[in-house]
Design a binder for this molecule. Sequence first.
Ligand SMILES: Nc1ncnc2c1ncn2[C@@H]1O[C@H](COP(=O)(O)OP(=O)(O)OP(=O)(O)O)[C@@H](O)[C@H]1O
Ligand SMILES: [Mg+2]
Length: 383
Amino acid sequence: MGLAYDFSQLPQCIDIFREKLRIAVVHGGDKTVENAVIYQTHNPRSTKTYEVVANDIANSLRDLGFKHVFVIPDDATLGDRLRTNNIHIAWLNTGGVQGYNPVCHTPAIMEMLGVPYVGHNPLNSSILDNKHSFKRELQGLGFPTAPFMIWHPAQGEFMAGKNTRFQQLFGNYTGSFLAKPVSGRASLNIHFVDNPKDLTEAIADIHHVTHNTALIEPFLPGREFCVSVCGYVRHKNGVFTKPEEPFTFSILERLLGADEKIFTSMDKKAITGKRVQLVDDSEPVKNELAKLAARIYREFSLNTLIRIDARMDEYGNIQILEANPKPDLKRPAANVTSLTAQGLSEQGMTYEDFILSLISDRLDYLLTNHRRIISHITALLEN
Ligand SMILES: Nc1ncnc2c1ncn2[C@@H]1O[C@H](COP(=O)(O)OP(=O)(O)OP(=O)(O)O)[C@@H](O)[C@H]1O
Ligand SMILES: [Mg+2]
């Protein structure tokens, strides 16, 4: 195959890659393992290795015919392991090991090592995983998101009554608040606060647990939704296509119980078909969420999957809560699913189709735009 590449060649390239491409699926490392780190420190984001899901992805790649798939932990040994196993491309299913902004560490290491990867670049990883940074960008771009302020542990005790910024933003607001870590996951350490006075304790608690910034925003009392969005290449019924629009799917409502103010963490209660429901085509909100997700994908120049969480305010307007840079990709089973995989069957896609779509989209992107800097991969196509 010469220097030129176009999408029509993708199936042929994938056939070659199945035989030759050496893929590492990387999951979060465990800092307590010997040689994993130099000094153990703190993870402001609640730690999880995502190893089970990394194995789901790896097994699915193997089922798809990729012959050289490795599952590797993300820690200080990563570079050596990638080198020893002659890895050509990594799939980052990791939230990092420890330290601040852990979600961007692994893509930053990949950039430094020159190993291409399925995952967000370091800047986007950090923006997406820091709710305040993401919301600032959303505000700048004119996307709907609730007003908010942040409070860093070094600023000491938070007192709503004495805080000028708080008074400016929320002086006339009489509703409840939500206080949450700027970098969190699985609805952990989220506080519903009725009276602004009680924000002091909620913020202190978030600081104590995370040693990181806390975010305060109004509590949005309306319906809650998710939408997943990823890149262009899709595989279904044995055929690859590449529409011009990003792929928006799994547009679903998270069903809240009568007394459930915030969606209970999947760490505490599995996500089942009973807790989520695909939004019906007849509901205008479905198209609205799809449009928002596609616009975010383009405006942030994303190049792999995110899941956006949103909620309606008291007037029924959608407000974006956050984006998840590494949404759960668990293989759906009888009694448990993931918010991203739930809507695949509606699209006529299997879990394998989806995994193949994600890696193929990345390879298509690299072959189209970065051919010259992935010569170790293009070399596989030459002979
Ligand atoms: N401003 C808000 N108003 C109402 N509910 C909120 C608000 N912010 C968060 N929540 C509730 O808390 C849950 C978790 O919040 P959010 O999605 O921002 O953080 P997370 O812990 O990173 O999420 P995830 O569980 O998706 O990883 C939401 O699913 C929602 O139910
Ligand atoms: Mg969320």
